[in-house]
Design a protein around this ligand. Structure first.
Ligand code: MD3
Ligand code: FE
Length: 222
């Protein structure tokens, strides 16, 4: 299903065993040093979803190699297997190879050059009361698609336009195991998470709450 041009939703993409393995990996990454942290916004607010970063540390609004707004430790490396999962996800979302459909090619990549390696994972943990306001992700110096993997509780994902954080938007329920890929004209669209449905995670996953893993290309080099 395609909620907008370049935005592809693949429900149930991750098999249950894969979901369990990813939850386990997130638990390890959440431990210090450079583990789970609260993100403080420049306006004085705090994000209700807490975050762990791999590869590059995201802070509002930039990237660093150390947890500059956490414990200051060097950020954990981006595992090669997770970078590969990003590339596999883009191929799954744009099965034609993506040159026309903004996946491996498209817009700024329309020279047909392959998507550079995924070198950032941002992992957001949502308790039952966590939300994410409408925003754009524009801190990456790359037009490569963003890959999103959902684990645990079901949420409402709100997908808007490139022009403003207001209407019109499309609300989509994201469930444990779902893949979404945002490329081409959707790469800079406003989006947010207005609602998490408590206690909706698959039994057996061993997760209370929701995890979202986004895979990104920094375009920052080295
Ligand atoms: C569309 N995360 O980490 S995932 C974020 O569920 C973020 O945690 C939400 O928004 C979450 O920045 C939404 C879907 C998503 C992620 C990144 C995007 C949609 C996107 C980047 C560009 C366009
Ligand atoms: Fe985002």
């Amino acid at each position: 299903a395609e909620p907008g041009p370049g935005a592809v939703h693949v429900p149930d993409w991750l098999a249950p065993a894969r979901q369990r393995a990813l939850v386990e990996a997130c638990r390890a990454w959440a431990r210090p040093p450079a583990g789970l942290r609260t993100v403080h916004l420049p306006g004085g607010g705090t994000m209700t979803a807490r975050q762990v970063c791999l590869g590059w540390h995201w802070y509002p609004y930039g990237y660093a190699r150390t947890a500059v707004d956490g414990d200051g430790a060097p950020v954990k490396p981006m595992p090669a297997w997770l970078a590969d999962l990003g590339r596999t996800a883009v191929r799954a979302a744009f099965p034609d190879g993506g040159t026309a459909a903004y996946g491996v090619g498209g817009t700024a990549h329309d020279d047909g050059a392959p998507t550079p390696a995924y070198d950032i994972a941002l992992i957001n943990f949502y308790g039952a009361d966590a939300r994410m306001g409408m925003h754009r992700d524009s801190d990456e110096q790359s037009t490569a698609p963003v890959v999103s993997l959902s684990l645990g509780d079901t949420c409402v994902f709100r997908f808007g336009t490139t022009e403003s954080r207001g209407r019109p938007y499309t609300d989509i329920e994201l469930r444990s195991g779902d893949l979404m890929v945002f490329g081409g004209p959707s790469r800079l669209a406003y989006h947010g998470v207005p609602k998490v449905y408590a206690d909706t995670a698959p039994p057996g996953l061993g997760l209370a709450g929701r995890l979202n893993i986004t895979l990104r290309v920094s375009g920052l080099g080295g």
